[in-house]
Write a protein that binds this ligand. Structure first.
Ligand SMILES: [Zn+2]
Ligand SMILES: [Zn+2]
Length: 836
């Protein structure tokens, strides 16, 4: 065994650390070890084993956590690539790749010992402490700890510390004095959440269960002919049929929502036809009613062609990429699932990445229906424990189909054949904290390393991906038509400037949109209205002095939330009472300006008092289950009108919607961000795609103050290529992606002087450094100059050469360290999505 190992630790430092491997220990490259680091123990990934004596004195490895690698050679390589490309500390990258923190989260409990009881009883704690001289404050803290522990059997370390403000050092001292006992109870796992699952006893039973009971051989030995055996009634059949349709297993909760008496299930259990098991709750999958199979209809020629391309690519066992550009409603998901099924049948593995809002329980149920227990679903609602369990299922090869949000790109599958990125332009693929990776781009790199196929799918591909397809980096495959020849909706533009001139007042809903809504409600059709701004009013303004109410922590206006009776900052979450008088001059003339989704809902209630109106935004939706509940209500015709933010624009098939109204389509166009037009175009196209997905053709009414803006014009004509050409021109002129690599360097500090000083130091350094081929803009105040209490200044770097850009950034970071600027206060965001 080599004498030393290098370990990548999850700390904001760019190096690995060397440790000595004690006799008898056998760490593996790619496996975890526990090592001492700055007065604590930390787990890290072994990246090298060697016999080169390090220049500094090395400490010993404490223990080996994995005998075999948890990151295989390919994932190690991918992690190093991410660290290099995004300039992130490699240990932090590895931590992101491994969702196993729950496994060695240490649980420490404390109890009071007999000597501690005595010390407490003797009044004060001075008695036995002749050796250690302690300040009165320390004595007081010790007393608080003993008093706290005397009142309970035991206490978890975090609760003890927060209740008494005791430091670890004092606790350790008290343990040494034998006043208190410390015990490590890690590994005593929390009991997993259990759900009751009803299981059909066997396929044979499910068949025989459908014949009358007195012909059923399983109804009891020797009693089959007894005339008194009750016949299987309709209720029992309903339960059995539902179970059979769901593949034989379903959560008891679901069965109880069927329109049958609760006793029916009990009867079936008694008869031995159904069994009830308790299982760990994996996901909310089994809680959802089954839907018709996603393969229920025939593939059209374009879908068949797309599927063939995927299958050929997979069979070739070489890297290849496809950009699957399919209009809204063209059946991309069915193609993905068919491609994955082919991979499963070939005995290999596939990963499907979906945007954060995409993984609803219904989608999960579809996946289970198609892939059975071969699928692992990695969802943001999973606990750390559940996430770790799913990770192990994948690692063991039990689940070879992986579906999940961003971090599922790191799933430890073997023999990876296919990675699919659905809605590849979605901003949730970009992680907005260290490591700031873009999962779509990581997926492409992983596919390259694995000689696998990557499919990027979208109705509105990002400029980067479309450009790459044009440069033949990916093959472009189009799904130009909606399934079943449904037409794309007609779009009507309403110029709100003209509306103002003609009506003499600021309108939220134009006359035309109001008329169209009324018609739909009369015809019992459904309407969606997009207003991409939540809350009631976005601005509170004093008419006497012009003061605008801003967040205490951020340089942004606070939004009025009428229902919650609060002013809320949408950036940091800070809340304050709704002001009655101006905080600046005391005047009573505080006005609330502008309209958010909450106010729009109220307005529509006023205009259409009999309509049933729902709202979908971050205030009404906490998780994907809420999201789905609202969509279900819409699907089942329980709503006439749905108001919401961009949430309503995402995916999802609602057949009754024949009108989509867009209010304030221009909000995003006003942002100082070079992607503003692209985002607006994507949002408008996506929301327009919600109209007319059923039998009746759809219509879109788009209200705007900029009817001539190209993003608005092209989306109204469903003309992606036209928009793309125009936007690319702009990007060339301005040297923006995809024509150059871009990085945002943000310098932040809670102290204004520090933020200014540090950005000044770096600005001077950039000025005095040769950096041919890299443009450096800044330092400038960030568009949001204060956010979550930090003052922010930034540089924007652009270069045609990614190598030059990254090498300059790397040198800059080491210069920053040499100038004692903390690494955590200089944020390098490579391929930044937001420059705010
Ligand atoms: Zn005022
Ligand atoms: Zn704030």
């Amino acid at each position: 065994m080599p004498e030393f190992c290098d370990v990548a630790l999850p700390v904001p430092l760019d190096t690995a650390f060397s440790y000595r491997v004690p006799e008898g220990m056998e760490p593996a490259i790619g496996g975890r070890v526990l090592v001492p680091f700055r007065q604590q123990r930390m787990s890290g990934i072994v990246v090298d084993l060697h016999d080169r004596t390090p220049a500094v004195v090395t400490k010993n490895v404490v223990s080996v956590l994995d005998a075999a690698p948890v990151l295989d050679a390919q994932l190690l390589r991918l992690g190093k690539w991410i660290a290099d490309y995004y300039l992130a500390p490699v240990g932090e990258v590895f931590r992101t790749m491994l969702p196993l923190s729950a496994e060695f989260k240490r649980t420490i409990v404390y109890r009071i010992a007999e000597q501690g009881q005595m010390a407490l009883h003797l009044g004060g704690t001075s008695g036995s402490s002749a050796r250690a001289r302690r300040t009165p404050e320390e004595q007081l803290v010790e007393f608080r700890v003993l008093d706290y522990l005397a009142n309970r059997a035991e206490a978890l370390e975090p609760s003890l510390r927060s209740a008494t403000s005791v430091s670890r050092t004092v606790l350790t001292g008290m343990v040494r004095k034998k006043w208190i006992l410390r015990e490590d109870v890690s590994g005593a796992r929390d009991a997993a959440r259990l759900v009751k699952i009803a299981v059909l006893r066997s396929a044979e039973n499910s068949r025989s269960a459908l014949v009358p009971a007195d012909e059923d051989p399983s109804a009891g030995s020797g009693q089959a002919n007894r005339r008194s055996t009750p016949r299987r009634n309709a209720n029992q059949r309903t339960v059995i049929e539902t179970l059979a349709a769901a593949g034989g297993r379903l959560a008891v909760d679901i069965l109880q929502t069927l329109d049958v008496p609760r006793t029916t299930l009990g009867t079936l259990v008694k008869r031995g036809l159904v069994e009830i098991l308790e299982e760990p709750a994996e996901f909310h999958v089994s809680r959802t009613k089954p839907r018709p199979s996603p393969f229920g209809f025939q593939f059209n020629p374009a879908q068949q062609k797309a599927l063939r391309r995927i299958e050929e690519g997979v069979a070739a066992r070489k890297f290849a990429g496809i950009l699957l550009h399919g209009v809204t409603g063209s059946g991309k998901t069915a193609v993905y699932l068919a491609g994955m099924r082919a991979v499963l049948e070939a005995g290999r593995s596939a990963i499907l990445l979906v945007p954060e809002i995409g993984l609803t329980p219904a989608v999960a149920a579809d996946l289970h229906q198609v892939f059975g227990d071969k699928v692992a679903i990695l969802h943001s609602a999973l606990s750390d424990q559940e996430r770790a369990e799913q990770w192990h299922r994948i690692k063991r090869g039990e689940a070879r189909m992986v579906v999940g949000t961003r971090s599922a790109v790191f799933a430890p599958v073997s023999d990876l054949a296919l990675i699919i990125v659905d809605e590849e332009q979605d901003s949730s693929y970009k992680q907005e904290e260290t490591p700031r990776y873009q999962a779509r781009d990581v997926a492409v790199m992983r596919a390259k390393m694995a000689d696998a196929m990557v499919v990027l799918g979208s109705a509105t591909p990002s400029l980067e991906s479309y450009y790459n397809a044009q440069k033949n980096k990916y093959a472009l495959v189009e799904l130009p038509d909606r399934v079943e020849q449904r037409p794309l909706p007609e779009v009507e533009l309403i110029d709100m400037k003209q509306e103002f001139q003609e009506t003499g007042q600021e309108q939220v809903i134009s006359r035309k949109l109001a008329e169209e809504i009324r018609e739909r409600i009369e015809r019992k059709e459904q309407v969606m209205i997009l207003l991409n701004r939540r809350g009631y009013s976005p601005v509170a303004l004093c008419r006497a002095c012009g003061h605008r109410m801003e967040c205490r922590n951020c340089a942004v206006a606070m939004t009025q939330h009428k229902g919650a009776r609060r002013m809320v900052c949408h950036y940091c979450g800070f809340q304050a009472p709704i002001p009655k008088t101006c905080g600046e001059c005391g005047s009573e003339y505080v006005y609330f300006l502008g309209t958010g989704s909450e106010k729009l809902e109220e307005l529509l209630h006023g205009m259409f008092p009999t309509a049933r109106i729902g709202r979908l935004d971050r205030d009404t939706v906490r998780g994907n289950e809420d999201f789905e509940r609202v969509l279900n209500a819409l699907n089942q015709g329980q709503l006439d009108l749905l108001v919401g933010t961009q949430m309503i624009a995402k995916g999802h098939d609602v057949h009754g919607v024949t009108l989509v109204g867009v209010v304030g389509a221009d909000i995003a166009l006003g942002l100082p961000d070079f992607r503003a037009a692209e985002r607006t175009f994507q949002l408008l196209t996506q929301v327009a795609g919600r109209a007319g997905r059923g039998q009746t053709p759809g219509k879109v009414v788009l209200q705007t103050y900029f009817p001539d803006h190209y993003a608005v014009q092209y989306s109204a004509r469903h003309d992606f290529v036209g928009f793309y050409e125009k936007e690319l021109q702009f990007r060339t002129w301005m040297h923006y992606p995809p024509y150059s690599a871009l990085a945002n360097v943000l310098v932040r500090s809670a102290k204004l002087e520090e933020a200014l000083q540090w950005s000044g130091v770096l600005g001077k350094w950039f000025d005095g450094t040769r950096h041919e081929g890299v443009r450096v803009l800044g330092p400038a105040a960030a568009p949001i100059v204060r956010l979550k209490r930090d003052y922010r200044y930034h540089f924007v770097l652009k270069s045609a050469s990614r190598e030059k850009l990254n090498s300059l950034l790397r040198t800059m970071l080491s210069y920053a360290v040499s100038q004692k600027i903390p690494r955590t206060q200089v944020i390098v965001d490579v391929d930044a999505l937001w420059l705010m």
